[in-house]
Write a protein that binds this ligand. Structure first.
Ligand code: F6R
Length: 613
């Protein structure tokens, strides 16, 4: 859950590493550091600069630092072991060996005890420093960093991606992993090792993804990959198709705001590979699963975390209605630790923007072990979840940098709509005219989303009212319910306000007691089959003095009459309503958080890619 970068090449390593860390700051931002070779040729040593706080603090410290070497590593941290502080910041260096680590060494207490018993002293509270100790001891025996890494691997348990350097081998980086991602960019006479291609893309679009239990050996500008034990592996060089511009703010104050406005394009890109425009039908080519497999499915589990989980809850409503297949949704951290029953002919769908979320990955592995067919919906191609599932559909949202997920969420909703249509159609549950109707609605959706986003300023004004309340109760019924869940999550994580998402029918079973003039009810109430019931819920809340903001369809006089504030969406098919309704809930949270002066792109205590439990 941290960002790591390593560099060897002709450019200034400080610039490349700090530039890369800037792009990875979404992964963690409580402290940062670099270790870069310095000194005259032949006597180079590692110089380490670290700082508590965001990367800007490290940049200040580095402003006047110069390094003569061509090799270095860097890290931006999301603390697991040891509080965020300079002494716990990476890189950790022990007798000329320096490393950066993303993940958790689970047997760190055993390792620490053994090291302490043989005289080691520690300068941090981290598990990562212990690996630096192990390596520095091993490198003395072997005289070679690659051999040293190979030698210590059997001692490590847990999830890790590590990049190490040793000052006696001034053109060597060794990187190895089990769990968190590692990708290596191959440029002109340079190699960049990173947690994510975003740190690489401005230097080269040629990359190699490192798999678990592989060791990447960078010597000069050459890359070799080995198994533990030293067998050489041939790796495919992949070409990244998106450009460096896509990871800039393009005039917006925050990445999140830019990403909210990119959503019409994100949805269009998510749908494009799967819609046959001439026939107006959905075709799931190239997903890695066959029609025969889709026809055999008797039950679907959708498993994910956070926002991706809420997208999955929306998926349950559409798949059950359109394809008539029973769907269970499950939070990955629950699924993996209960004793799930997976009947024969079950499809397990895992949803993950990053494709690296530890719990979702573990759930996928468990499902495979239990014999389920698996399908992943990921944004990051070649991520662990993407690679390990039997089939895959991409969100195609482009890079999402704001820590709070927005465009990946709506792209997933779009993908799940198309998936339900395809499933319904191959299983004979959906008539051709119904399919055409849904496809037409999906094709019209990006323009409708643009129309909603053009009211951004108006949503911003409404958002200012949220500050007056002690909490917000988001509610919805049917497929609007997951939007209520998502609206509450966005408000919590960005504005640090208490918010709850509720199925509106549950209001009488408890939450009604919360209602007074300091608790806002935000009802997602588009005109669909649940409309009348949601309206009655609002009447009940109003009768008890509740304050109401509602999101409805068109110029809805009845809804306006029971609401203190009313936000309008265009008339749309029930399946696309949640995608439209996601926009105002995102913008409300964004604007109120920005007005409160919160760091919208990097909310406190969070990180984007949760590669640890
Ligand atoms: C909230 C948010 C998180 C993620 C969750 C899963 O805005 O972004 O709740 O949705 O951490 O992440 P992925 O989708 O990468 O598995």
């Amino acid at each position: 859950m941290c960002g790591i970068v390593g560099y060897f090449g002709q450019k200034d390593p400080k610039e490349v590493i700090v530039g890369g860390l800037k792009r990875l700051e979404y992964r963690g931002y409580d402290s940062a550091g670099v270790a870069i070779l310095d000194g005259p040729m032949g006597q180079q040593h590692i110089k380490v600069v670290r700082a508590q706080g965001k990367l800007a603090e490290l940049s200040k410290k580095l402003e006047h630092e110069k390094f003569t070497g061509r090799l270095g590593i860097g890290h931006t941290r999301w603390a697991t072991h040891g509080v965020p502080s300079e002494r716990n910041a990476h890189p950790h260096t022990v007798e000329g060996v320096s490393l950066v680590h993303n993940g958790i060494i689970e047997n760190y207490q055993d390792i620490k005890r053994t090291l302490a018993a043989s005289g080691a002293t520690f300068t941090s509270d981290t598990d990562s420093e212990l690996v630096a100790h192990l390596l520095s001891r091993k490198v003395k025996e072997t005289g070679d960093l690659l051999k040293a890494v190979d030698g210590i691997l059997p001692l490590l348990r847990g999830a890790y991606a590590i990049v190490a350097m040793w000052e006696k081998q001034p053109d060597v980086l060794v990187a190895f992993k089990n769990g968190p991602p590692l990708v290596i960019g191959l440029g002109e006479k340079e190699v960049i090792v990173a947690s994510d291609v975003q740190a690489i893309i401005s230097h080269t679009n040629k990359v190699v993804y490192i798999d678990d239990h592989e060791i990447a050996f960078v010597k000069g500008a050459d890359l070799k990959v080995f198994t533990a034990g030293g067998n050489s592996i041939k790796k495919e060089i992949q070409t990244i198709t998106w450009s460096a511009d896509q990871v800039e703010k393009a005039g917006f104050k925050h990445f999140m705001h830019k990403e909210i406005h990119e959503q019409p394009r994100a949805v269009a890109n998510a749908c494009a590979p799967h819609i046959d425009l001439a026939a107006k039908v959905v075709r799931l080519h190239d997903v890695g699963l066959t029609d025969a497999q889709f026809k055999k499915i008797e039950r679907i589990f959708i498993i994910a975390c956070g926002t991706s989980y809420y997208a999955g809850v929306a998926g349950k409503y559409v798949i059950e209605k359109i394809a008539q297949v029973p769907v269970e949704t499950d939070i990955a951290s629950e699924f993996r630790y209960r004793s799930p029953v997976i009947p024969p002919n079950t499809l397990v769908v895992t949803i993950s923007q990053s494709g690296e979320t530890a719990d979702t990955l573990a759930a996928l592995r468990l499902a495979k072990k239990m014999g389920a067919l698996t399908l992943s919906i990921c944004n990051v191609r070649a991520s662990s979840i993407d690679r390990e599932a039997d089939g895959r559909i991409y969100m195609n949202s482009g890079p999402e940098i704001g820590v709070a997920s927005t465009k990946a969420f709506v792209s997933t909703l779009a993908v799940l709509n198309l998936f339900s249509v395809y499933l319904g159609s191959v299983r004979g549950q959906l008539a051709k005219n119904e399919e055409t109707n849904i496809v037409e609605n999906m094709l019209a959706l990006p323009a409708q989303m643009e129309a909603v986003l053009s009211y951004d300023k108006f949503f911003g004004e409404a958002a200012m009212k949220l500050k007056d309340y002690r909490g917000v109760l988001f509610m919805g019924r049917g497929v609007s319910y997951p939007i209520a869940l998502e609206g509450a999550l966005k408000l919590k994580e960005l504005a640090y306000m208490h918010a709850e998402g509720y199925a509106a029918g549950e209001m009488k079973h408890g939450p009604l007691a919360l209602i007074d003039d300091r608790m806002l009810i935000l009802m997602v109430c588009p005109s669909d089959e649940h409309y009348e019931k949601s309206l009655s819920n609002l009447e009940e809340a109003r009768a008890r003095g509740g304050k109401i903001m509602s999101i409805g369809t068109g110029d809805d006089a009845a809804l306006k009459a029971v609401s203190d504030d009313y936000l309008s969406l265009p008339v749309a098919n029930w399946m696309v309503n949640p995608i439209l309704a996601a926009l105002p809930v995102q913008l409300l949270a964004y604007h109120v958080a920005d007005a409160m002066g919160n760091d919208v792109d990097q909310p406190r205590n969070l990180a984007k890619s949760v590669t640890v439990e």
